[in-house]
Design a protein around this ligand. Structure first.
Ligand SMILES: NC(=O)c1ccc[n+]([C@@H]2O[C@H](COP(=O)([O-])OP(=O)(O)OC[C@H]3O[C@@H](n4cnc5c(N)ncnc54)[C@H](OP(=O)(O)O)[C@@H]3O)[C@@H](O)[C@H]2O)c1
Length: 194
């Protein structure tokens, strides 16, 4: 079984962005130390255009070889005329409104989302599946999430987009590791208790 990992930037108070999901302000905290960490441990989570700008095109995937994101998150790339934002992985976008994928490298999942994710998890392979967000998609997939990697940035937002747009349910996780960075970022890794 491959794991589905929700790897996400959050505020101290647990929001993944402002009320409309805006999350660009988190990137201001990506300093040299944190970028070195991402390059070494999660290089595939950097979008293709960012990797290109930083001269990191050739970094090998370390944790994930597949990414799934919701249509609203994919829209952010489309707005920049990027149709294949994670070209170094297999890419899936959940959407009932996109009729035809704008890119041959991106597969649209329009029905049986959970079944599709379960089938991906059942594939053999050393690398896992990166649940990229956003809140709506994570809410739909909360029961399938095996692991959380929370990049907590040292900001409080007061209100905003929750990690999971789902109803109340107590879902237990076990803390595997904590890593702290000089500028106040905290990266916690949790496994799902089953
Ligand atoms: N902090 C971070 O690290 C981070 C990471 C990623 C995203 N974000 C933020 O998250 C925001 C977007 O989150 P969001 O909650 O608004 O949207 P989202 O989760 O990115 O996308 C929601 C869309 O996914 C599709 N979808 C959801 N469930 C589905 C299902 N069961 N079957 C088929 N399609 C399904 C629907 O698309 P259709 O409407 O097309 O049917 C739905 O409108 C962005 O603003 C982004 O900035 C933050």
């Amino acid at each position: 079984m491959r794991k589905l990992t929700y790897f996400i930037a959050v505020s101290i108070d647990g929001f993944i962005g402002g009320p409309d999901g805006e999350a660009q302000f988190f990137t201001e905290y990506v300093d040299e130390e944190f970028l070195e960490f991402l390059k070494a441990e999660f290089p595939e989570t950097l979008p293709t255009n960012g990797r290109r700008m930083l001269g990191l095109d050739d970094l090998e995937n370390q944790q994930f070889d597949t990414v799934i994101q919701g249509r609203a998150s994919y829209d952010i790339a489309l707005d920049l005329d990027v149709t294949s934002p994670y070209a170094h992985m297999r890419q899936f976008v959940a959407s009932r409104s996109i009729e035809k994928s704008p890119d041959p490298a991106v597969e649209i999942v329009s029905d049986d989302l959970v079944g599709r994710v379960r089938a991906l998890k059942e594939e053999e392979g050393p690398l896992g599946i990166y649940l990229c967000g956003g809140s709506g998609l994570a809410g739909e997939l909360v029961d399938e999430v095996d692991e959380l990697v929370l990049k907590t940035y040292p900001v409080v937002l007061g209100s905003g987009m929750p990690m999971f747009a789902s109803g109340f349910a107590l879902t237990e996780f076990e803390l595997d590791s904590v890593r702290t960075f000089g500028n106040g970022i905290l990266v916690r890794r949790y496994s799902r208790k089953r």
